[in-house]
Design a protein around this ligand. Structure first.
Ligand SMILES: Nc1ncnc2c1ncn2[C@@H]1O[C@H](COP(=O)(O)OP(=O)(O)OP(=O)(O)O)[C@@H](O)[C@H]1O
Length: 515
C-alpha cells in the first residue's frame, strides 16, 4: 500500500489542491449536548518529519481553520477501473467537489481540542494538563492517555508534558505544600515491571477494599526538577520496545508514570497518571511475525479496546446522571475495567471511590504523512468513539436569578450580549446561537435553551409572534428555557422572561460577527 501511495503522491497532491471545502452549514442547530467536562478528547498532529518528506510522502491530515476541533483526512483509493481517486469515506456529511470527477467525499473527524503541527508542547500543556494538575493537587485523580500509531509522537508528547509538569510542581507559588512521589511502570500483557528498579517484575493485586495495589513497586520521593528528569530518563532506558515497519524502537508496552501528591497537613493524597500507550498498529505493521510478537500485538489491541469501552462507559454514566437517567429505568452502563491489566491498574479512573474529583484527557497522536493515512483514520475514529456528549447543564436556579438593575431594558442602551449570561449568574454562553426566528418553521419557543443568548434583527412589518417590546431592532433576548417551555406556543409573556434587551446599535449580523 505504501508503494501505491508513493507512486501516486504527485497526483494526490494535485487532487487535494483542487478540493473545495464544503460551504459552512446554514442549518440552525440548537446545542442540547456538550462534551463531558471531565473527559477531554483531543488530537495532536505531529509535523511531517524530514524523513517523511525525503521519502516523498505528502501531508494527508488537514485541520479545518474555521471549525474548532474538526479535521479532514483525505485518502487515496486504488480504483479498479483506472486512475486512483480520493477515497469515499463512510461519513457522508462532507461532500467535496472535485473538478472533472464528480462528487467525492472526505472523512472528517471531530475532537474536543485539536493541536496542529505547529503547536508546541507548552500549548498542549496549557490546553490539556493545566486542569489535571489542580485536580490531583487537591486530592483527586488526573489521568492523561496518549494514544496512536507507532511513530505518531506519543512518547514525545508525554515526556515533554512530564518535564513541564515537573517544572510546575516544583514552582513554589503553587497552592499549598505537597510531598511528591514518582513511580514509573511498564505493562506488557498481564505483566507489570518497575522501570525505576531495573525492570523488576511487580504484581497487580486487589486489596480487601477493592483497590488495586502494585505490590513490590518502588516509589521515589522527588524534590526538584532534575530528580524528575533523571527518573524519566532512567525509566525510558528500561522501556520495552521492538521494531515495527514504521519505527525501529516502537513501544510495545504501556508506560505509566504516576505522581502521588501527598498533603502533609491532611494526610490525603491525589494522583496524576501520564500514560504512554503502546502503539496501536495492526498486526501487519509488526516487523517480525513470530508467535510471541503476534500475541503481544493481540494483547495490546485488546487492552486498547477495553480502555475505550471503559472510557465510554464512564462518560455514558456521567451523561445518564446529568440527564436524570438514574430516576428512569435506564441501566447504568457496564464498565469492564477488570478485563485488562491496564484498566485494572487505572481502576480509579473508571470507578471513582468516595466522590473524589476525576478528570481524564486523551491525546490521539497523529502522523500526518500519507503513508500513515490508514492508521491516522483509525486513531481519529478511536478518539471519536471516546467522545460521549452529555446534556447541557440545566440551570436549576434560573427562577431565583435576580436581574441586576444595570441590565434593565432601556431604549437606546447598547448591550454586550456576550457578558449578559455571566452578569445574570448563568453558565457562560455555551449555546449561543444567532437565530432568526422568522426563518425557520421550528417554533422560537422550542429553540430556546437555558442561558442562551438569542439575537436577530426584526424585519419591518414581520410579526415575530411573541410578545416583543416595542423596539423594532430587537437584538437580544436572554431567556430561561424552563419558563419558555411553560408558555403557550408563540407567546412568551414578558413576565416569564428574565430579561429582554433592546440594542439599537447592534444587529444580529453584527452580533454574529462579534462572537
Ligand atoms: N511534536 C513533534 N515535533 C517534532 N517531532 C516530533 C513530534 N512528535 C514526534 N516527533 C518525532 O517523531 C518521531 C516519533 O515520535 P515518538 O517516538 O514520540 O512516537 P511514538 O508514538 O511514541 O512511537 P512508538 O509508539 O513507536 O514508541 C520521533 O523522531 C520524534 O522526535
Amino acid at each position: 500500500m505504501e508503494r501505491f501511495y508513493h507512486e501516486n503522491a504527485a497526483l494526490y497532491q494535485t487532487m487535494v489542491a483542487r478540493l473545495k471545502p464544503p460551504p459552512p452549514s446554514r442549518a440552525v442547530k440548537v446545542a442540547t449536548e456538550t462534551p463531558s467536562p471531565d473527559i477531554i478528547v483531543s488530537a495532536r498532529i505531529r509535523p511531517l518529519l524530514n524523513e517523511d518528506v525525503d521519502a516523498g510522502f505528502p501531508c494527508a491530515v488537514f485541520p479545518r481553520a474555521a471549525e474548532t476541533g474538526r479535521v479532514d483526512v483525505h485518502d487515496l483509493y486504488n480504483h479498479p477501473k483506472g486512475r486512483p481517486i480520493l477515497k469515499v469515506g463512510p461519513i457522508l456529511s462532507h461532500c467535496w467537489l472535485l473538478p472533472n470527477r464528480g462528487l467525492c467525499q472526505s472523512v472528517a473527524y471531530q475532537v474536543d481540542r485539536l493541536f496542529n503541527a505547529e503547536a508546541t508542547t507548552e500549548e498542549v500543556y496549557e490546553g490539556l494538563v493545566e486542569d489535571l494538575l489542580p485536580t490531583a493537587w487537591h486530592g483527586g485523580f488526573g489521568t492523561l492517555f496518549a494514544y496512536g500509531q507507532t511513530g505518531s509522537g506519543k512518547t514525545t508528547t508525554v515526556s515533554g508534558l512530564e518535564q513541564l509538569i515537573a517544572e510546575k510542581l516544583m514552582d513554589q507559588s503553587s497552592d499549598g505544600q505537597r510531598q511528591l512521589y514518582m513511580t514509573i511502570i511498564d505493562l506488557a500483557g498481564n505483566s507489570a515491571y518497575d522501570l525505576l528498579n531495573s525492570r523488576e517484575p511487580i504484581s497487580i493485586l486487589q486489596d480487601s477494599f477493592g483497590d488495586t495495589q502494585l505490590a513490590g513497586v518502588t516509589e521515589h520521593p522527588v524534590q526538584d526538577r532534575d530528580e524528575v528528569t533523571g527518573l524519566i530518563e532512567r525509566a525510558a532506558s528500561f522501556r520495552r520496545t521492538a521494531p515495527t515497519f514504521k519505527n525501529d524502537a516502537s513501544s510495545r508496552s504501556h508506560g505509566i508514570c504516576r505522581i502521588r501528591m501527598k498533603n502533609p497537613t491532611t494526610d490525603t493524597d491525589g494522583l496524576l497518571y501520564l500514560v504512554d500507550l503502546a502503539g496501536s498498529e495492526a498486526a501487519r505493521d509488526v516487523a517480525v511475525h513470530g508467535a510471541d510478537r503476534m500475541r503481544e500485538t493481540r494483547e495490546i489491541n485488546m487492552s486498547l479496546s477495553v480502555l475505550k469501552d471503559c472510557i465510554r462507559g464512564k462518560a455514558k454514566s456521567a451523561a445518564l446522571a446529568l440527564s436524570d437517567g438514574s430516576k428512569s429505568k435506564q441501566r447504568k452502563p457496564h464498565i469492564p475495567f477488570r478485563q485488562s491489566a491496564l484498566t485494572r491498574v487505572l481502576k480509579h479512573v473508571f470507578d471513582t471511590a468516595g466522590g473524589r474529583a476525576c478528570k481524564t484527557v486523551v491525546v490521539a497522536c497523529i502522523n500526518p504523512s500519507l503513508a500513515d493515512v490508514g492508521p491516522s483514520k483509525n486513531t481519529l475514529r478511536y478518539a471519536e468513539m471516546l467522545r460521549v456528549l452529555v446534556p447541557m447543564p440545566k440551570n436549576k436556579d434560573t427562577k431565583a436569578v435576580s436581574i441586576p438593575e444595570t441590565l434593565s431594558s432601556s431604549a437606546g442602551d447598547s448591550v454586550d450580549t456576550d457578558t449578559v449570561p455571566r452578569r445574570l449568574g448563568l453558565p457562560g454562553n455555551p449555546s449561543s446561537r444567532d437565530l432568526d426566528p422568522t426563518r425557520t418553521s421550528v417554533s422560537f419557543k422550542e429553540r430556546i435553551r437555558p442561558g442562551m443568548v438569542v439575537s436577530w434583527k426584526q424585519s419591518t412589518g414581520r410579526d415575530l409572534a411573541l410578545d416583543t417590546p416595542d423596539e423594532p431592532n430587537l437584538a437580544a433576548v436572554l431567556c430561561p428555557a424552563e419558563m419558555a417551555r411553560d408558555t403557550t406556543l408563540g407567546v412568551i409573556p414578558k413576565s416569564t422572561l428574565v430579561e429582554l434587551i433592546c440594542a439599537r446599535t447592534r444587529t444580529w449580523r453584527e452580533l454574529a460577527r462579534a462572537r
